[in-house]
Ligand binder design. Structure first.
Ligand code: WTA
Length: 659
C-alpha cells in the first residue's frame, strides 16, 4: 500500500472516540440491537429472502440463489416490476397522497409530486417511450439535470422493461457519446438545459454534438427546463422527426401502461463507472436483486419511517442517485427532497435553508461537501432551524474524523447518529455501515457489514487479516451485486473476481481497509489507478487519454494528490511533442481540453510539463513516484528506473512551480 495509506492508518489508530446510539433515537429505531444482524449472519440467504418478501412480486421465486462463482443469480423464477414496487403499490394505500418528490430547481422553482402524481407521470412516460418504439430489453440513455423527469424517466423505462443508462449531466459530449454507443441506446432523454451556479448547462447542445456520432439513436426526447422564458432556440434546436418535446408527447400519451413482467434476473439498468483502463465500464444491475438490496438498506440503514423527509444530495447520474434518490426511497414509499443545483448558490447556506424549509429529517451527503461546509463556516448553518434532523449519512469517500465530528456537532447538534456508508456502483447498495439504533460508531469508520453481507480483509495470497490492513473483499454473493459489465463478461471476471487466483468466489472491491480489534472496518481508499475526486470515481487512464488526445501532448501520466476539500485532486505530468512549448496558456488549454473531453469534474488541478517521465526499464510509468512528487513526499525507491535523474529534476520543477 502507498505511504499515503500508511499515514492514514496512523491517524486512524489515534481515534478513540465512541458514539453509542443516542436516546431517544435508539428506543424508537427499527433495529435496536444485534439480533437482526446475528440472525442474518447465521443465514444470509434466508435474510435476503425475508427482505425480498418486503417487495411485491408477480410470481414468487423457486430458488433464492444460484452461485456459480463468479456468477450469481438471485430469486430464480420470480417475476416483478420495479415501477410497480415504486409507485403502484403506494397509490393503493395510505401513501397515495403523500409527497413522493419535493423538488427544488436551482433558480428556486419548486414542484411537489405525490405518489399519485408520480404514478400518473410514470405511466404516461412509459406509454410515450412505447410509442417511440422502445421495447423490453432496449436501452434508453438519460442525460438530464436533476429534475423530476429524471426519476420519472427511470421508472418509465423500468415499467416497460427497457434498460436505462443515466449519464451524469456534467459529462461532456464525448463521454455521452461513448456511453450511448457502448450501450447501443435507441432513445435519448435530455433537456434543453439545466442550471448550475446560475449558468445554463446546454444539455441539448451537448447531446446534439454527441449523437452526431451515435448511429443507434432514433429518437431524442427533450424536457423543457427553461420554462417561463419559453423554448430557447439557441439551447435546443429541434431536429424534425428525430427530436420531440417531452411535454408534447406526454400530452398525447395514455394514462395507463400495463407494466412488463420482468424476471428477477432481467437487467434494470446500466450505469457507467470508471475503471483502471480508459474505457468506462457499464455496470449492469438486475431487477429483483438490486431492488431488494436498495429497498432493504434504505429502510434499515436510514431507519425510515413514513413521516421522514429524506434528502440525498447526490445526482441521479451516480449510483447513489439510483439507489437512494430513486429506487430505495420510492420502493419504501418515502418522501424525498430533490435539488437541482449547487450547495453554494446563491449563498453558502442553500442546503440548510432547504433542510429548514422542507423539515428534512434524514440528510445524506458526501465528505467533500462536509469539508466545504466546514470551510465556509458555521455562520451559514446556525441561523437555520435544523431541529427536525434526526439522522445524518455520509458516502463516497473516507470521512476524516474532524469532518465527522463537525457534522455531528454543527449539523446534528450532537443528537443525530451518523451512518458512514461504504459501497460502490458495483455493489448496488450499502455494504458496510452502522445501523443507527444499534451500532456504536467511531468517527472515520464505516463500522461493520450490513446484515446479510460478508466482508473480509485479505493479503495478496487470500489469507484473511482479522486485525490490521488489507484488501477489502466480499466473500458471499449478495442480491444487489452487479451481474456483469455490459458487453464484456470477461472484464467482469477479470476486474472483480480474479484478484486471488483459484478464488473466483471472492469479490475484490479495489479498496484497502483496516480492521480493528472490535472488527470495525476503516476504509483507506482505492488501491488501484482510480481516483476519487470529490466522491467521484475517475480513472487515471481516462484523463491521460484525454490529454494525449490534444495535438501538443506526446505522453501524459496522471495521479491523485491529497486535496483539502475534494479528498483527491488530479495532478498531470505531461511531455510535449516536438515544436510545442510549455506555457501557462498551454496549461490552461490542456485543463480545458480535459474538461471538454470528459467533463469539468476531471479537470486537472496541476499540470507539470516535463521532458521525460519516470519509467521502469520495461517502459512502465512509475506512478508511485509521481504521487510522491505531487504530494511533496520524499522520493521512494528509484533504483528500478531507466533514468533515475528524471524524477529528481521533476521533483525540483514541481516544487518550484508550487511556490
Ligand atoms: C469510495 C459510491 C470510504 C470507495 C457509492 C469505493 C468510500 C468508491 C465510501 C465507490 C465510504 C464510497 N468510505 N470510501 N463511506 N463510500 N467510497 O462507485 O473507494 O462512485 O470503492 O460509489 O468510493 O465509488 P462509486
Amino acid at each position: 500500500m502507498s505511504s499515503a495509506s500508511t499515514a492514514n492508518i496512523d491517524v486512524l489508530l489515534s481515534e478513540h472516540r465512541r458514539f453509542p446510539p443516542p436516546e431517544p433515537f435508539r428506543s424508537h429505531a427499527l433495529v435496536r440491537d444485534g439480533t437482526f444482524a446475528a440472525d442474518a449472519d447465521r443465514d444470509p440467504v434466508a435474510f435476503w429472502e425475508a427482505r425480498a418478501r418486503e417487495l411485491e412480486w408477480i410470481t414468487p421465486w423457486h430458488s433464492a440463489l444460484e452461485w456459480t462463482p463468479p456468477f450469481a443469480k438471485w430469486f430464480l423464477g420470480g417475476t416483478l416490476n420495479a415501477s410497480v414496487n415504486c409507485v403502484d403499490r403506494h397509490i393503493r394505500g395510505a401513501r397515495r397522497n403523500a409527497a413522493a418528490i419535493i423538488w427544488e430547481g436551482e433558480p428556486g422553482d419548486r414542484r411537489t409530486l405525490t405518489y399519485w402524481d408520480l404514478y400518473r407521470e410514470v405511466n404516461q412516460a412509459a406509454n410515450m417511450l412505447r410509442a417511440l418504439g422502445v421495447k423490453k430489453g432496449d436501452r434508453v440513455a438519460i442525460y438530464l439535470p436533476l429534475v423530476p423527469e429524471a426519476v420519472v424517466s427511470m421508472l418509465a423505462c423500468a415499467r416497460i422493461g427497457a434498460i436505462h443508462s443515466v449519464v451524469f449531466g456534467g459529462f461532456s459530449p464525448d463521454s455521452l457519446r461513448d456511453r450511448i454507443n457502448d450501450a447501443g441506446a435507441t432513445v435519448l432523454i435530455t433537456a434543453d438545459g439545466g442550471y448550475r451556479r446560475g449558468q445554463v448547462v446546454p444539455l441539448k447542445r451537448n447531446a446534439d454534438a454527441a449523437i452526431a456520432e451515435c448511429p443507434t439513436i432514433e429518437h431524442v426526447v427533450v424536457v423543457q427546463r427553461r420554462s417561463g422564458s419559453g423554448p430557447d432556440e439557441s439551447f435546443a434546436e429541434m431536429q424534425e422527426g428525430r427530436d420531440h418535446w417531452w411535454h408534447r408527447l406526454m400530452r398525447k400519451a395514455a394514462q395507463w401502461c400495463e407494466p412488463e413482467v420482468m424476471d428477477a434476473e432481467d437487467l434494470l439498468f446500466i450505469l457507467y463507472t470508471s475503471g483502471t483502463t480508459g474505457k468506462p465500464k457499464g455496470i449492469a444491475h438486475s431487477t429483483g436483486g438490486y431492488l431488494t438490496g436498495a429497498a432493504a438498506t434504505m429502510k434499515y440503514v436510514f431507519d425510515l419511517r413514513d413521516d421522514d423527509v429524506f434528502w440525498c444530495t447526490a445526482d441521479v447520474g451516480w449510483i447513489t442517485g439510483h439507489s437512494y434518490l430513486t429506487y430505495g426511497p420510492l420502493a419504501n414509499g418515502a418522501t424525498c427532497v430533490l435539488y437541482e443545483g449547487a450547495p453554494d448558490w446563491p449563498t453558502q447556506d442553500r442546503f440548510w435553508s432547504m433542510c429548514e424549509r422542507y423539515g428534512v429529517t434524514i440528510f445524506y451527503t458526501a465528505p467533500t461537501a462536509i469539508r466545504a461546509f466546514m470551510k465556509w463556516g458555521t455562520s451559514f448553518v446556525t441561523p437555520h432551524d435544523l431541529s427536525r434532523l434526526r439522522l445524518l449519512g455520509s458516502v463516497g469517500e473516507p470521512i476524516n474524523p474532524e469532518a465527522w465530528i463537525w457534522y455531528h456537532e454543527v449539523i446534528g447538534k450532537g443528537r443525530c447518529p451518523i451512518v458512514d456508508t461504504w459501497w460502490q456502483t458495483e455493489t448496488g447498495a450499502i455494504m458496510i455501515t452502522p445501523l443507527p439504533g444499534a451500532t456504536e460508531t467511531k468517527p472515520g469508520s464505516a463500522t461493520m457489514p450490513f446484515p446479510g453481507i460478508r466482508a473480509a480483509l485479505m493479503d495478496a495470497n487470500a489469507n484473511e487479516i482479522v486485525e490490521g490492513g488489507g484488501l477489502l473483499t466480499i466473500t458471499h454473493p449478495w442480491p444487489s451485486m452487479l451481474r456483469t459489465i455490459w458487453g464484456d463478461r470477461q472484464r467482469y471476471v477479470d476486474t472483480y473476481f480474479s484478484k486471488w487466483p483459484g478464488r473466483p468466489d471472492l469479490y475484490f472491491a479495489g479498496d484497502g481497509a483496516k480492521r480493528d480489534a472490535d472488527g470495525y472496518y476503516w476504509i483507506l481508499g482505492r488501491v488501484d489507478d482510480v481516483l476519487n475526486v470529490a466522491g467521484h470515481r475517475i480513472g487515471t487512464m481516462e484523463v491521460e487519454s484525454a490529454l494525449v488526445d490534444h495535438p501538443a501532448v506526446a505522453e501524459a501520466a496522471v495521479v491523485g494528490k491529497h486535496h483539502e476539500l475534494k479528498g483527491q485532486a488530479i495532478a498531470a505530468f505531461v511531455t510535449l511533442r516536438a515544436g510545442h512549448h510549455a506555457s501557462s496558456e498551454l496549461r490552461d488549454t490542456l485543463r480545458e481540453h480535459v474538461a471538454l473531453k470528459i467533463g469539468a469534474l476531471a479537470r486537472p488541478d496541476d499540470i507539470l510539463f516535463s521532458a521525460d517521465l519516470p519509467k521502469t526499464r520495461s517502459g512502465k510509468i512509475m506512478r508511485r513516484l509521481l504521487r510522491d512528487i505531487a504530494e511533496g513526499r520524499a522520493l521512494g525507491d528509484t533504483t528500478t528506473l531507466a533514468d533515475p535523474s528524471v524524477v529528481a529534476s521533476l521533483k525540483d520543477q514541481y516544487e518550484s512551480q508550487e511556490s
